[in-house]
Design a protein around this ligand. Structure first.
Ligand SMILES: C[S@@+](CC[C@H](N)C(=O)[O-])C[C@H]1O[C@@H](n2cnc3c(N)ncnc32)[C@H](O)[C@@H]1O
Length: 203
């Protein structure tokens, strides 16, 4: 009985998440980039790529309804060392309730030096990006890369994407690119990419 109650409330939670996600997609499809949250298979693949040293935090950009955030917590990232950034105030408010103990910042991931508290600058283990970057012009992609580099120098970031090839113009952005994982168990099937800044002067 207890299990049934827990299962029912988990199902209700998933439905609420999906409804909020879909409503936001109707309001701004380009900003959302997907009609439903990431699947648990994709969330687990992202979480498997995360590292977080002592005294570091994990930073998730574009947290949506928090499915990746919860996978990070389940994989062992302590809530007090998880920070998420979400631009839509309604979703950020939802995340405040869904992620007790984590830091939820309502702001623009293209302006991270202003959004992230100064005490965390240079203390970020992994940056994870769920923001749809693929359709952005190169100058906007560069602005995103520079924003991450300003608070997590040399770290680069993970980006999950539905593209078969690199969603970023990585050579023009002076990044190395590696596809770390792929799963068909997502709608649409998705890859996890890792990008790192190339040392200056290397091709
Ligand atoms: C594809 S959804 C990913 C949501 C969630 N992480 C998941 O995997 O289901 C993209 C999310 O990025 C947010 N977003 C878009 N642009 C953003 C920006 N500039 N700064 C912060 N969040 C942004 C959207 O509001 C949306 O919640």
């Amino acid at each position: 009985m207890q299990n049934t109650l827990v299962q029912n409330s988990a199902d209700a939670g998933s439905l609420t998440n999906a409804a909020l996600f879909f409503r936001r997609w109707l309001a701004n499809p380009l900003q959302m980039g997907s009609i439903i949250p990431s699947s648990s298979a994709l969330c687990r693949r992202v979480a498997a790529e995360v590292t977080c040293g002592e005294d570091e935090v994990v930073l998730e950009l574009g947290a949506g309804t928090g499915v990746i955030s919860r996978a990070l917590l389940a994989a062992g990232v302590p809530a007090k060392r998880l920070a998420v950034v979400e631009i839509v105030p309604e979703m950020a408010e939802h995340l405040q309730h869904a992620l007790p103990g984590a830091t939820v910042l309502c702001g623009d991931a293209f302006r991270l030096p202003e959004v992230i508290p100064p005490r965390w600058h240079g203390r970020i283990g992994t940056v994870i990006c769920g923001i749809p970057l693929v359709l952005l012009p190169l100058a906007e992609q560069r602005r995103f890369v520079d924003s991450v580099e300003a608070i997590a120098p040399g770290r680069g970031f993970l980006l999950y994407s539905y593209c078969v090839t690199s969603p970023l113009k990585h050579r023009a952005l002076n990044l190395s690119a590696m596809r770390r994982a792929w799963t068909p168990l997502n709608f649409p099937p998705a890859s996890v990419w890792r990008y790192r800044p190339r040392p200056t002067g290397k091709a």
